[in-house]
Design a protein around this ligand. Structure first.
Ligand code: F6R
Length: 259
């Protein structure tokens, strides 16, 4: 596990955007695993800027998002389809036929989850998987106690996850209770994983992910078993790491942004 600690969130975001751009420059037909949430908004803004500057084209790439809320159609303002159009897809040159999210409004959500898993397998699995981190250690919407070998399926969201996302809805009661999410096993098949977390509120989950036991109590801790993971954090999110000085010695100031 490569741990890159940056002085602030902006530098951590730049680092992750650089890693994605480098991957697509090197392998234009990359299969990217994308995430949503507040953490990623700044990353996508950097990707849009890089695209506008002519540094990168997503025209040959394919994307699969981690998750979508059950019950929301792609045009619902709270859906992750909507988020992705707003924050990335409408501003860069992905072929719309090559961008994928689960259909939250599918008549049979379980069948939709199975279809989505099969589509990822058919694409040859994810090349680079981008992840955020939940305060409770979730990745995708794999909440604590998720099977560490799970595939894409329906998960019930914890109250804390619904509270963290309530800002995007008028009322807490409007935040969906169920999501279709890539499984932990799905994520673990990715060639490489880049996880981004910043801010003091993520420090406990970051410490559990990097230094805690591998446990379904912190689903992100399974990444300790992945061969190629880069965890990009800022100083605030690094605050509870026991071996923080060691990581900083290996990659001073976050090190060069290469995988
Ligand atoms: C989003 C996702 C989640 C978020 C996590 C962090 O697609 O799967 O795991 O990455 O909840 O969310 P933010 O960035 O809003 O703190």
């Amino acid at each position: 596990m490569k741990i890159l600690i940056h002085a602030d969130a902006a530098k951590a975001v730049d680092c992750v955007a650089d890693l994605l751009v480098q991957r697509v420059q090197r392998l234009p037909a990359s299969v990217l695993g994308l995430a949503t949430g507040g953490t990623m908004e700044a990353v996508y803004a950097r990707l849009i800027a890089a695209h506008r500057a002519g540094a990168v084209s997503f025209g040959a790439a394919t994307s699969f998002n981690l998750d979508e809320y059950v019950g929301l159609s792609p045009d619902h303002p709270g859906s992750y389809w909507h988020y992705m159009r707003q924050h990335l897809f409408d501003h860069v040159d992905f072929d719309p036929a090559c961008t994928h999210l689960p259909r939250g409004d599918a008549a049979d959500p379980e069948a939709e989850a199975a279809r989505y898993e099969a589509a990822i397998v058919a694409a040859g699995d994810i090349g680079l998987q981008l992840l955020g981190l939940g305060h409770n250690g979730h990745i995708g919407f794999n909440e604590p106690t998720s099977s560490l070998t799970s595939l894409t399926r329906i998960k019930t969201l914890t109250r804390s996850t619904r509270e963290a996302n309530a800002q995007y809805y008028q009322r807490f009661e409007d935040v969906p209770r169920l999501a279709i999410t890539m499984g932990i096993g799905t994520i673990m098949r990715a060639d490489e994983v880049v996880l981004l977390a910043y801010g003091a509120a993520k420090a406990r989950a970051v410490a559990a992910l990097i230094e805690g036991p591998v446990s379904a109590a912190c689903p992100a801790s399974i990444l300790q078993m992945h061969r190629k993971v880069t965890v990009v954090i800022d100083e605030a999110a690094a605050a509870e790491l026991t071996l923080r000085a060691y990581y900083a010695e290996v990659h001073p100031n976050g090190g060069p942004a290469t995988i």
